[in-house]
Design a protein around this ligand. Structure first.
Ligand SMILES: [Zn+2]
Ligand SMILES: [Zn+2]
Length: 174
């Protein structure tokens, strides 16, 4: 069944090279066309100066929700939702839109030397995971599946960028 194209929307300043790396990976994984949408500004009202983070739920609501398409917003900042210290990403399953936050995927965030290839892998995994939710997939108990829940970056690094057989079958069945 045709799942519809994926639109990437940079929110705030996002390096163009990152979107160029992400699109082909998503096209391959979801067998769907990936295109770049109109960038959005980072909404200052979503910024919590005390936490020095943006509210992910507020940003997610700003994303368009076109019919028969998937929208992935990319924010190069640190995001939170109330009650959690931070989130790597967030998905709105009903409107089929999702969001990923890049800040904590970089080694530099933890005072470590940059590892660009590792960072790209993490970004792709988080993007596939959040988009997977928009295709109706829940969290997977297989720790190597991209739909496994990532509590820490260690979880993200351990899992693959691909779906396990079970999730792949569910995805295809959509
Ligand atoms: Zn998830
Ligand atoms: Zn799975």
């Amino acid at each position: 069944m045709e799942l519809g194209p994926i639109t990437l929307i940079p929110i705030g300043k996002v390096e163009s090279a990152l979107l160029e790396a992400l699109c082909p990976a998503l096209e391959q994984t979801f067998d769907a066309e990936c295109r770049r949408g109109m960038p959005l500004a980072l909404p200052e009202k979503a910024y919590d100066p005390r936490r020095r983070q943006y509210n992910a739920e507020e940003i997610l609501r700003l994303l368009p929700a076109p019919v028969r398409r998937r929208v992935l917003g990319i924010v190069d900042a640190d995001l939170y939702v109330p009650r959690l210290n931070f989130v790597f990403g967030l998905a709105d399953i009903v409107e089929r839109r999702a969001l990923i936050a890049l800040a904590r995927l970089r080694q530099e965030f933890y005072g470590l030397p940059a590892e660009p290839a590792l960072f790209l892998q993490r970004m792709i995994k988080e993007a596939v995971h959040e988009l997977g939710h928009t295709y109706g997939l829940g969290h997977c108990t297989d720790p190597l599946c991209v739909m496994a829940f990532s509590n820490t970056l260690g979880d993200t690094d351990r899992k693959a960028a691909a779906f396990c057989e079970h999730c792949r079958r569910r995805l295809k069945g959509k």
